[in-house]
Design a protein around this ligand. Structure first.
Ligand code: WT7
Length: 676
């Protein structure tokens, strides 16, 4: 959060404060097979073994050259992990498995149409396909180590194949969530300075073959207007050799990947040994200002961290069929669909479409068919499935040993349903708290060691040492019953390195608040501020309450309130815009948008719809406001600041509290009438 910026309403303020729950214990059967069975892991990763403890994760990988320094703090707080080491992420996720496991399925691609068969891509086939794409990228586009490339791909096997091909060359990929608009894609092309865009013609969602190519046209056009020229657009085809969508190709710019690949059949490309600290990818996420920030993740540290946590927290064994139902366009997918599981030689499932298409039993049919035994999803979907038909999963014969929840706080009621009905009381659940910035898990139970507690993420994972501070920097202790700002005391290898091209914003957003000496090269002086409110129970388990900054979390998707507001402000009639989070039964939180109009314009339903459509066009459908409230004025402080706290209370049907300090207190009743 920038200095002097007062957040007037936050997710944390509207969070449901449920009670502490009793422990639920993992089964003996689970513990017997678990990768980690005893508490000594916490000793190995204790602070007095920091940073050496993390070589345990790095040793899970193949290195061309081992590191000289485990943690280089000379450029604090830009940490360099395993400095001096040389490594290739693609080699670790593909090549090294061939000797023993070339026939094993690496990726099960499940198309949305149920009559299309699942594609099972073995490690050998993955190796061949990744090499061909790497050859194409190198020889046709000229991309080389250190260059950036934007991917705007949906959930098909081509996405991880493209990512791995980039990683093979040391090219920094920046995958934009497929559901984002062409405008949002353009902004990320510009910020990352990409000269190449890789996309697909179409994909299935909710029974429809979506024309995705049109987003590429918009993205390239808008990026050019903003000063970034895209030289080549590479387009995968949902059905190779067939035109699936009406949007035409642009001569001299667009190329079908499948046509080009004919020239690279069977080509092999040596993986490029990359410095451990070389960036592997960028992942854009929302922050307190309108501009999304490109979180820059490293190669060696990141891969070590996601491999280690996939093994110990996800408890992945090479023989598991692992299904994380997130989108690879988010960090969850990068870390825990692609890099972590493949590095461990698991079989990872990629499902193209809507989880409830054509009906709410789809997920369980996929799990039955592929014999999935580790299942990973978000509370929003769990809530939705429970609402549609709470008994449905009982009719299916899937069996999970392990389940994950991620992205938002999960209500104990919903947790119990997940455990009893989806997990049939057999599976352990890990509630994993972390962020785009953190690369991998921060808080969770180690499933074979610690009991679960519904509604609590758990203690810091091994090697992560959280601390809660109040606004003044005093520590709030375990069991005090007070919430504060959760921070991590120590660096860890999965943490992002910086915000792409904006080190100052990186330092001020994440490290400035509780840093005592900004010239210090000692990591102890640089606690990481996560931006969430949390509470630590007596037993060291953390309950995450929600965001403390201007970020809201809709169905586990992070949106900046400022981002939505700036989109609304581009509508000509709009004078002022304010977004507040509203609690929602299924999505956790949804945005409500308050608008005041320029003089002379009438509030009409059409105008409200136009504003809503503009937001979908600018960001994507996920940002669509629950309601657009057209009001005659905003509640304001005497200095003219919009009091979002008041709007937040109105939207959430809560007491507005003291409004006497407002410059225009009378507006509150008027808005109350409009919104009730
Ligand atoms: C924000 C990060 C991490 C992958 C998905 C989201 C919230 C995340 C939990 C959880 C309560 C959670 C936090 C966090 N969050 N996991 N298990 N319990 N809240 O990544 O888009 O960067 O969002 O999601 O508020 O700060 P992201």
């Amino acid at each position: 959060m920038a200095k002097n910026e007062v957040v007037e309403t936050s997710e944390a303020q509207i969070a449901v404060h449920w009670q502490e729950e009793k422990y639920v214990y993992p089964s003996k059967k689970f513990i017997e097979q678990a990768n980690i069975k005893d508490e000594t892991i916490y000793e190995r990763f204790a602070l007095n073994n920091f940073p050496e403890c993390y070589t345990e994760y790095a040793d899970l990988l193949h290195w061309y050259k081992k590191w000289d320094t485990i943690l280089d703090t000379s450029d604090a707080p830009c940490w360099k992990w395993f400095a001096g080491g040389k490594i290739n992420a693609c080699y670790n996720c593909v090549d090294r498995h061939l000797e023993k496991n070339k026939n094993k399925t690496a990726i099960h691609f499940v198309p949305e149409p149920e009559n299309e068969r699942v594609q099972h891509i073995t490690y050998q086939e993955l190796y061949v396909r990744v090499n061909e794409v790497a050859a194409l990228l190198r020889d046709f586009t000229g991309l080389k180590a250190g260059d950036t490339v934007t991917l705007h791909l949906p959930m098909t096997a081509e996405l991880p194949i493209t990512m791995l091909a980039c990683a093979r060359l040391g090219v920094i990929h920046s995958q934009v969530f497929g559901g984002f608009s062409g405008r949002a894609c353009a902004d990320r092309i510009v910020d990352s300075k990409s000269k190449v865009l890789i996309t697909i013609d179409g994909y299935y969602r909710g029974g429809k073959l979506i024309d995705h190519k049109q987003n590429a046209d918009i993205a390239v056009d808008l990026a050019k207007k903003d000063g970034q020229k895209v030289d080549k657009v590479l387009i995968w085809q949902r059905y190779p050799g067939k035109n699936s969508v009406p949007t035409p190709m642009i001569e001299g710019l667009d190329y079908f990947v499948n046509d080009l690949l004919k020239n690279y059949r069977g080509k092999k490309v040596d993986p490029v040994p990359m410095p451990a600290e070389a960036p592997l990818f960028l992942m854009y996420t929302s922050g307190t200002t309108g501009k999304p920030k490109g979180c820059q993740h490293s190669t060696g540290g990141y891969l070590a961290y996601v491999t280690g946590t996939s093994k110990y927290i996800q408890d992945i064994h090479p023989e598991d069929v692992y299904w994380c139902m997130a989108d690879i366009g988010w960090i969850t997918g990068h870390s825990y669909i692609v890099y972590g599981p493949l590095s461990l030689c698991a079989s990872t499932v990629i499902y193209e479409g809507v989880p409830t298409y054509p009906d709410a039993g789809r997920a369980w049919r996929i799990a039955e068919e592929l014999n999935v035994n580790i299942f990973h999803t978000a509370p929003t979907l769990i809530r939705a499935l429970r609402k549609i038909d709470p008994d449905l999963p009982k009719k299916y014969n899937h069996h999970f040993k392990h389940m994950t929840t991620v992205g938002e706080p999960i209500e104990p009621e919903v947790w119990r349903w997940y455990h009893e009905v989806v997990g049939k009381n057999e599976a352990v659940i890990v509630d994993t708290w972390w962020q785009t910035e953190t690369g991998g898990f921060l808080c969770s139970t180690v499933p074979g060691v610690k009991p679960m507690k519904p509604g609590s993420a758990g203690p810091g994972v091994p090697g992560i040492h959280p601390i809660i501070y109040d606004e003044l920097g005093n520590e709030i202790k375990a069991g005090e019953g007070r919430a504060g700002n959760i921070c991590i005391r120590n660096p860890w290898p999965g943490a992002f390195q910086t915000i792409w091209g904006d080190r100052d914003r990186y330092v001020s957003t994440y490290y400035a608040k509780y840093c005592k000496d900004k010239n210090s090269k000692d990591w102890r002086d640089w606690p990481y501020l996560a931006g969430d409110a949390a509470m630590e129970a007596e037993d060291g388990y953390y309950r995450i309450l929600g965001r403390i900054d201007d970020v809201i979390n809709v169905s586990g998707h992070r949106l900046g309130t400022k981002e939505i507001e700036s989109a609304a402000l581009t509508v000509m009639e709009v004078a002022e815009a304010a977004v507040v989070p509203v609690s929602d039964e299924i999505k956790g939180v949804v945005p409500d948008l308050y608008i005041s109009l320029k003089p002379g314009y009438e509030p009409t339903d059409e105008l409200a719809m136009k504003i809503s459509a503009k937001i979908c066009e600018t960001i994507g459908k996920i940002a669509k406001p629950r309601r657009v409230w057209l009001v005659s004025d905003m509640p304001k402080t005497r200095s003219g600041k919009i009091m979002r706290r008041v709007l937040g209370a109105l939207s959430n049907k809560k007491d507005v509290g003291d409004v006497s300090t407002l410059a225009n207190p009378e507006i509150v009743d008027e808005i109350k009438r409009v919104t009730s």
